[in-house]
Design a protein around this ligand. Structure first.
Ligand code: ATP
Ligand code: MG
Length: 328
């Protein structure tokens, strides 16, 4: 059975972009693959996090995984920091990477843009991500389009290691949805929707109450035209809303165009909001149930216990190959 690994940062409340770009695929893949889904808390601290918020968000992301349909009996769900092998292999991978290749990463450029002080962790983030994947020798990594470049680097690092120290790592493949791989911000369709964007109106959060969802969608930026037509180059805002509509309603883009022919954006946006509200309602109910049941800690512990042996084994093998004196 092929192995799948992916993670989400507890760097804020999850967005519809995280759901459509990543979590939906996690739920599908658990039926056919051996899956590892983690809350990547070590990645979240590459930008400053309030300690209490970090703890709360970590639990919240794990609960949302389960609420979205990830079944801990089928997939291992755990927190990255509960498996120390990630950080250890992360360091080993950092020493394999070059400054030049890290400098080319667009996420680093985007997240450091305009900041006076940029943490070194943000710069080496992709080497820890490579370790997350390689530590389990994952075959497939379901991610949104924004992570494609980091995955390329992971592949390069795996190949570099295999070349220097002998074939060991599986070179992983990305698994990116055909539609919805990059949901854009509601207030600026040139930027992807991001949970860490401080502008509240930019993202629909999975736990937003219905009225907040309605308000955010009614205020979402659109062009000055009136045609509901899918054309990301000419009509990026409307096209983005149509992608969200398609995902939440199950309708195709053509069907949506036909439904709103001759109508203005108002009717389209109103219906869109109701589709999003309806899509998120069961997830929110399940989330509240899970949080009040207090089972998340146990799920995370079981997950970490299950995967630790694999991760520890990889680190031992890698260290041995790299020439570390192994303790006897
Ligand atoms: P942050 O702003 O803290 O980086 P984020 O919203 O980008 O948060 P991540 O935890 O970095 O979320 O990414 C989790 C997963 O969600 C990744 O697979 C990423 O590719 C995917 N993803 C993130 N944003 C989007 C988006 N706008 N559209 C589709 N997929 C997305
Ligand atoms: Mg991100």
């Amino acid at each position: 059975m092929k192995r799948v690994l992916s993670g989400i940062q507890p760097s804020g409340q999850l967005t519809l972009g995280n759901y459509i770009g990543a979590i939906q695929n996690f739920v599908k893949l658990q039926e056919t693959h051996e899956c590892f889904f983690m809350v990547v808390d070590l990645h979240a601290i590459t930008v400053p996090q309030d300690p209490a918020d970090l703890r709360e968000q970590t639990e919240s992301v794990a609960a949302l995984f389960i609420a979205a349909g990830i079944d801990p009996a089928k997939a291992s769900v755990f927190a990255q920091s509960h498996v120390p092998a990630h950080a250890e292999l992360g360091w080993l991978m950092t020493t394999l990477a070059n400054m030049g290749e890290l400098e080319r990463m667009t996420q680093f450029k985007d997240k450091s843009e305009g900041k006076d002080s940029v943490g070194a962790g943000l710069f080496v983030y992709p080497t820890l991500m490579a370790a997350d994947i390689l530590v389990y020798n994952a075959d497939l990594v379901p991610v949104g389009d924004d992570q494609k470049q980091h995955l390329e680097l992971t592949r390069d690092l795996a190949q570099r290691f295999n070349h220097r120290y002998g074939d060991y790592f599986t070179v992983p493949e990305p698994y990116i949805p055909k539609v919805g791989a990059r949901i854009m911000s509601l207030d600026d369709a040139s930027k992807k929707m991001s949970k860490s964007n401080p502008n509240e109106g930019s993202a629909i959060k999975l736990l937003d109450p219905p009225d907040v969802i309605r308000k955010k969608i009614s205020r979402a930026t659109t062009d000055s035209g009136r045609e509901v037509r899918y054309n990301p180059a000419e009509k990026p805002e409307v096209s983005n809303l149509m992608s969200i509509y398609a995902h939440c309603s199950g309708m195709s883009l053509d069907e949506i165009e036909a439904k709103y022919e001759g109508q203005m954006y108002g009717a389209f946006k109103k219906d869109l909001a109701e589709h999003v509200v309806a899509k998120l309602a069961p997830l929110q109910d399940k989330y509240n149930e899970i949080r009040s049941s207090g089972t998340i800690h146990d799920i995370l512990k079981q997950g970490a216990d299950k995967v630790s042996a694999i991760a520890d084994r990889t680190v031992r093998d890698v260290k041995e190959r790299m020439g570390f004196l192994m303790p006897r």
